[in-house]
Design a protein around this ligand. Structure first.
Ligand SMILES: CC(C)(COP(=O)(O)OP(=O)(O)OC[C@H]1O[C@@H](n2cnc3c(N)ncnc32)[C@H](O)[C@@H]1OP(=O)(O)O)[C@@H](O)C(=O)NCCC(=O)NCCS
Length: 147
């Protein structure tokens, strides 16, 4: 494998510890109001085996994208690339492969959200053809807070 090469492949259960380790060092992922836990990542993988992808370089996991389809819309979470590997097209490849997988499953549209402050990700999404919605407000219901 030449230096700089990477592969994109479906995630596997055995990747979960490396994913959690990658996410734990990324502020934009860690600011989510629900902490990541291995059981939920495993459950997402069981439900979405083709849209959940990882990027690996020389056997090391360096990127993730969690794409899911619920029969109605596609949704994307946790797009991330190891800091040392950014700016090399890895996220673009992850996104394009994920969009293809969700399309094949039947998704007519794919939605994602990003923090207001995350202008880097916003620039990336717009460069990849996503459009910003100005007609929507997002709401969340947090079970723990509601009890
Ligand atoms: C956002 C992130 C995934 C981008 O990863 P990356 O691997 O560096 O991105 P890529 O190298 O694949 O960029 C691909 C293309 O997008 C463009 N791009 C990337 N960021 C951009 C920006 N802020 N503005 C405009 N274009 C941008 C690149 O120029 C490149 O275009 P090209 O193919 O024409 O050269 C990465 O910065 C990251 O992991 N950030 C932290 C986690 C995060 O914020 N995730 C999103 C949560 S919503």
């Amino acid at each position: 494998m030449k230096q700089g090469e990477f592969i994109i492949r479906p995630a596997r259960e055995g990747d979960i510890p490396a994913m959690l380790a990658l996410w734990s060092g990324i502020k934009e992922i860690q600011s989510a109001s629900v902490p990541d836990n291995p059981e939920q990542v495993k459950r997402f993988l069981e439900l979405n085996p083709t849209g959940f992808l990882v990027a690996c370089r020389a056997g090391r996991l360096v990127g993730t994208i969690m794409g899911g389809y619920n029969g109605w819309r596609g949704a994307i979470y946790h797009l991330s690339v190891d800091e040392s590997c950014r700016g090399q097209g890895i996220a673009k490849q992850l996104m394009q492969s994920c969009l293809k997988a969700l399309r094949q499953l039947g998704a007519p549209r794919v939605d994602l959200t990003t923090y207001d402050y995350n202008t880097r990700a916003q620039g990336f999404y717009e460069a990849l053809g996503f459009y910003e919605r100005d007609d929507i407000k997002n709401y969340s219901y947090l079970y723990e807070a509601g009890k």
